[in-house]
Design a protein around this ligand. Structure first.
Ligand code: C2O
Ligand code: CU
Length: 463
């Protein structure tokens, strides 16, 4: 088995890093690598079915894994070969605002056959990903996403293998073609577009042979539009070492793991299944367990398990100080089926529920079913921001903040791990806080893509 070291990944990008760090925007990135969104065809279903026409980065699902060492630059020329405008958002990266890829907020959408140069530094090590931020509810459901892995410069954990697992669900018809119905109000007002077919890295049955007692780092990413995964392992024992890219101060034993849309988890697991047996990563579905990934065990890497791993080195996120004096805001989440939305502000005027549903706005933040003209919060750079989120809907939501990682503040003042996406249950109230040290306009939205398109979207300004 291959021993993974960061050296394998650092090559070209490190070379680019020093070149013109002072003027990243204007620097001539000589021959940036292209990242092309285009139609393709992939065997998503078992071999007895036809291939599925998809939209993918470089025509594939998932798109290429983009790797860089922490602190270095990533340069990609995004080329749009789709028939509709698109953009690339680098999810979870504390990025320069102009590179955040939000069509309509940080840049215009990239028209068909047009291109856009993304050029940014990656401040934090960990597991991130990229996806379109224009008509995401269709473009991502058709396969546009990929992993962005930022390597620890030197203190990465000792592992025998490092696997990226992008977990997705698809809505396929009987011929394994992507089912239509994008924009269905039924989906938008309920849980979102939930699929009927689950893949890992675009494969129906993702599998890697592994020796017993091997130690693996598994980087899980939920790339589904709306499905919440409930994960377990069998024949693999270990720890959660990072969430949403950010290392946990103390690794948590892996028992059950909930992964909402856009969330990531880094695991360190040891293969404890016997030789000749199989280990599994399992998705707990309503009708039982479903193997997402399987690891047939052949041979042994060592005679006993390795010691408990250390925590990963922390990322340079500004520590959260005392919260008194923080700038405060409240976000009330409303709407959806069974949610009793009264009618909301849309285009600045009061609109009834029926009229709103007719234009696809069925959710609202603070009574606004659209991107509001003014930000939810306007903070000065360096200020602490504290937001109370109240889910008054009958549905769970995966609330994602761009450009910043936050901590959940418990009712008792406890502080949760750094995250960029928070799963909120129906009727739940949560509080998040962060130091707003990244200037720009940052989206805050539900990552259930039909919900954000349906109105669950607002933004923050850090000046
Ligand atoms: Cu993963 Cu607003 O995005
Ligand atoms: Cu939602």
């Amino acid at each position: 088995m291959r021993h993974v070291t960061r050296r394998q990944f650092s090559g070209g990008l490190t070379a680019l890093a020093g070149a013109s760090a002072l003027h990243p925007m204007t620097a001539k990135a000589s021959n940036p690598v292209d990242l092309i969104a285009r139609p393709g065809s992939v065997q998503l279903a078992p071999a007895s079915y036809p291939e599925t026409p998809i939209w993918g980065y470089d025509g594939d699902v998932p798109g290429p894994v983009i790797r860089a060492v922490q602190g270095t630059r990533i340069t990609r020329r995004f080329v749009n070969r789709l028939a509709q405008p698109s953009s690339v958002h680098w999810h979870g990266i504390r990025i320069a605002n102009a590179m955040d890829g939000v069509a309509g907020l940080t840049q215009p959408a990239v028209a068909p056959d047009d291109s856009f140069l993304y050029d940014f530094t990656v401040p934090d090590a960990g597991t991130y990903w990229y996806h379109p931020h224009n008509r995401s509810w269709e473009q991502m459901a058709r396969g546009l996403y990929g992993a962005l892995i930022v390597e620890e410069p030197q203190d990465g954990p000792e592992v025998d293998a490092d696997e990226v697992l992008l977990i997705d669900d698809w809505r396929l018809n009987d011929d394994a073609q992507i089912a239509g119905g994008f924009g269905s109000m039924m989906d938008w007002a309920h849980a979102g577009r939930i699929g009927n077919w689950i893949t890992v890295n675009g494969a129906a049955a993702w599998s890697r042979p592994t020796p017993r007692h091997a130690r693996m780092r598994l980087r899980l990413v939920n790339t589904a539009n709306a499905r919440i995964f409930s994960l377990q392992s069998q024949g693999l024992e270990g720890w959660v070492i990072a969430l949403d890219g950010m290392p946990l101060e103390v690794p948590r034993p892996l028992v059950k793991l909930t992964l909402a849309p856009a969330q990531r988890a880094d695991l360190i697991v040891d293969v404890t299944a016997k030789e000749g047996a199989e280990a599994f990563l399992i998705s707990q579905e309503r009708d039982g367990g479903y193997a997402l990934a399987s690891f047939p065990v052949t041979g042994a890497a060592r005679t006993v398990r390795l010691e408990r791993p250390d925590a990963l080195p922390g990322n340079p996120v500004t520590p959260l100080g005392p919260l008194d004096g923080a700038r405060q805001a409240t976000l009330i989440m409303e709407g959806g089926a069974m949610g009793g939305m009264r009618g909301d502000m849309m285009d600045g005027r009061m609109t009834g529920m029926r009229e709103m549903a007719a234009v696809g706005k069925v959710w609202a933040f603070n009574g606004m079913a659209d991107m509001p003209e003014t930000p939810l919060v306007e903070a000065k750079r360096g200020e602490t921001v504290r937001i109370t989120l109240r889910n008054e809907t009958a549905w769970p939501h995966a609330m994602h903040l761009h450009g910043n990682h936050f901590r959940q503040i418990g009712a008792d003042g406890s502080r949760g791990p750094l995250r960029d996406t928070l799963l909120m249950d129906r009727n739940e109230t949560a509080e998040i806080a962060f130091v707003a040290d990244n200037p720009g306009d940052w989206l805050l939205h539900c990552h259930m893509l039909e919900h954000s398109a349906g109105g669950m979207m607002t933004w923050l300004r850090v000046s």
